[in-house]
Write a protein that binds this ligand. Structure first.
Ligand code: FMN
Ligand code: SF4
Length: 661
């Protein structure tokens, strides 16, 4: 079979292993271990990406030393009991020809005492960007202890069937802390001049090689932080890579973006361009002679990856979120089916968003991520009892259940009241830089059409229409509507905002659907802290409205914090002149002004506005469900019509029901 992406599908050799092509599933903390051991959740997760074609998988990092434990789902750091559990994963993935690597890490000063219960160890005792504590400057003996821990971890990985290890030297973790004069203030042999600052990583890589022998890949994960470049300028990174490469200490080097100092770039959100990392892999490729170079960070599409390899920016490409969102990304690209790849939204909502909360990771658009062992991966088993399924509502819940049901062989009718799919999620796709959401909805439409689902647009169904259609299964995904009460978390015992029935009040949905065009001065009441408020504020501020955001939260975009995009959003809003009123609430709306109350001291001020725009929790549209209750039909309800929530709940319930019917 010929592939439209010939460069990415050329094999490449790393030491004793030949990778079947250039695409890997790079390191990321899936945070799925239970009691420090990888189990069936991990196995299902990695196996699905091996089945989906990944040439190399870098299994999530092991913290190596007791001071480096960072999450509840981290693997046991220095314990042979992990070996048989990892062996199950490496054996299963090897069956599919995937080269298996394990990342080893120690974050040094940026540790988390709440998880390690140990002081953070670092070169020079500088503060943590993670837990706001200080750190302990390692003695030479302690440096030796950490190096030995890495060597032992590499041995354990080899015994567990891994083909190699990747040393995490990126994001200003411990190794980079030793490299950079900004964080290495030592005056012993591990500090001072360039050679001194390199000693820690050189000794570590040498110890890992001595411990594991020749037939073991050793990779080296680095990063560049374009927003805080003075920690390690590109030229310095080049010198570091060249220094280790001259000594042939690593078989490959991979280059990400960002650091603990500007976290948002590590997992680039919509604020960052496609192919964010490759300019830096290109810089490293210019200086290394032995090691293969891997690009990573926001390489989203097969076209992106092909360009990176074909143009010589890197030898290999890591796609992390792309393969979380679609574990079969690689095979689809190889088969020339790029349009079938379920396109990652760069939203970070359920991957980093759940890791941020110290839960195991999943995906907004692929709810099977992390649940492969219970949902059966991404290859749905045909139904033994194909039936006629009517889905009412074409938002994310309805589209997902319709797609899964159709893929499993059911005859699907999808009735959508409007003239297009997507529901309110489509409106989110109209916010600045969020068009990837529209691409996802277009993907649904393509998939449903390919699967032969009968999509009936402009079709509002009442209970009688549902009965008349005579489907075997009825799925209600009728969604939700903006609430008109103006209820606020800051004033929780008050059911309605005084003045809400007056003039010049609308919802963010009204604004984004352009059914209301607000005046110049907009008061945006953000009671949810999501993109619903923040993205609409951005949309308005970009169009020269004077936007004031009132929220009971301590920070604008509180729910976006989990995605690491919140700082960029606030920065953008500030640049566009928006005003933030945090820990505040709207006491009363006067049609042309608002009384705003400061929740900390109770003081009130009256400010003039042309419009009040509400970003509040929706109300369910469940009338049809109520009518059909007890009708004798096989009726199910999913998504917002059950309870208004964010989109991941809709796609999850759609997937779960689609697999169950
Ligand atoms: C949930 C999550 C956890 C991550 N954890 C790690 C990690 O432990 N080590 C690491 O080197 N990179 C980690 N990363 C960064 C990824 O390796 C990768 O550089 C980043 O996701 C950007 O690549 P992408 O655009 O292909 O997703 C993580 C990424 C995600 C989404
Ligand atoms: S949660 Fe969002 S960013 Fe993360 S993999 Fe899924 S679609 Fe991509």
């Amino acid at each position: 079979m010929t592939t439209p992406f010939p460069h990415i599908f050329e094999p490449i050799t790393l030491r004793h292993k030949t990778l079947k092509h250039r695409l890997s599933f790079g390191a990321h903390t899936a945070n799925m271990a239970v009691d420090g051991l990888p189990g069936e959740r991990h196995l299902g997760y990695y196996l699905e990406r091996a089945i989906g074609g990944a040439a190399m998988i870098v299994v999530e990092p092991i913290p190596v030393h007791r001071t480096g434990v960072l999450t509840q789902g981290n693997f046991r750091n220095d314990d042979d009991s992990v070996i048989p559990h990892f062996r199950k994963i490496t054996d299963a993935c090897h069956e599919h020809g995937t080269v298996m690597i394990q990342q080893l890490y120690n974050v040094g000063q940026h540790g988390d005492w709440d998880n390690s219960f140990e002081p953070n160890w670092s070169p020079s005792g500088l503060p943590s960007m993670h837990d706001h504590d200080g750190s302990h400057a390692m003695t030479e003996n302690e440096i030796g202890e950490v190096i030995e821990a890495f060597a032992q971890a590499a041995c354990r990985a080899k015994e567990a069937g891994f083909d190699g290890c990747e040393l995490m030297a990126a994001y200003n973790a411990n190794i980079e802390q030793f490299w950079s004069p900004a964080t290495n203030r030592r005056d012993d042999k591990y500090g001072g001049d360039f050679e001194g600052r390199m000693r820690f990583s050189v000794e570590m890589l040498s110890a890992m090689r001595d411990a594991t022998g020749d037939d073991f890949i050793i990779g080296f994960c680095t990063s560049f932080d374009p927003e805080v470049p003075d920690v390690l300028p590109v030229e310095e990174m080049q010198a570091i890579a060249a220094y280790h490469d001259e000594r042939e200490l690593m078989d490959y080097v991979t280059i990400g973006t960002g650091s603990y100092y500007s976290f948002g770039q590590i997992i680039p959100s919509v604020f960052y361009e496609d192919k964010y990392g490759p300019p830096y892999s290109e810089a490293i490729k210019q200086v290394v002679k032995h090691a293969k170079v891997q690009a990573e960070s926001h390489i989203r599409t097969p076209d992106n990856a092909e360009y990176v390899i074909a143009s010589g920016q890197a030898d290999m490409v890591s796609i992390v979120r792309g393969q979380i969102a679609d574990p079969h990304w690689v095979n689809k690209a190889k088969q020339g089916r790029a349009e079938d790849i379920r396109p990652c939204l760069s939203c970070n909502q359920m991957c980093w968003g759940r890791r941020h909360k110290d839960y195991w990771i999943s995906c907004l658009i692929n709810p099977s991520a992390g649940r492969e062992f219970e949902f059966g991966g991404d290859q749905f088993i045909p139904s033994e009892n194909p039936r006629h399924v009517l889905v009412v509502g074409g938002g994310p819940a309805g589209c997902e259940v319709a797609r899964v049901a159709a893929e499993r062989g059911h005859k699907v009718t999808l009735a959508e009241a409007s003239d297009r799919l997507g529901g309110q999620f489509r409106l989110a796709g109209l916010q600045p830089r969020r068009a990837q959401i529209t691409d996802y909805i277009d993907w649904f439409q393509r998939q449903l059409e390919k699967l032969g689902a009968d999509i009936q647009y402009n079709t509002y169904m009442d209970a009688e229409d549902v009965r008349n259609l005579g489907a075997d299964v009825v799925i209600l995904a009728t969604g939700s509507l903006p609430s008109e009460r103006g209820w606020q978390r800051g004033l929780p015992t008050r059911d309605r905002l005084p003045g809400i029935d007056g003039a010049n009040v609308c919802s963010v949905q009204d604004v984004m659907s352009r059914s209301v065009r607000p005046g110049k001065r907009v008061l945006l009441l953000d009671d949810v802290g999501t993109w619903k408020g923040g993205g609409t504020a951005w949309y308005l501020a970009e169009r020269q409205h004077d936007v004031t955001i009132v929220t009971a939260d301590t920070v604008v975009g509180r729910e976006i914090v989990r995605t690491a995009a919140d700082f960029k959003l606030r920065e953008t809003l500030k640049r566009l002149g928006a005003t933030f009123m945090t820990e505040s609430a709207v006491h009363e709306w006067h049609s042309d002004a608002a009384t705003i109350v400061d929740l900390l001291d109770g003081s009130q001020q009256r400010l003039e506005f042309d419009n009040l725009v509400l970003a509040t929790v929706n109300k369910s549209m469940n009338e049809l469900e109520v009518e059909l209750r007890g009708s004798g039909l096989d009726v199910h309800a999913i998504g917002d019509c059950v309870s208004p929530r964010q989109t991941p709940a809709a796609t999850y319930e759609g997937r779960r029901l689609g697999l169950a019917i």
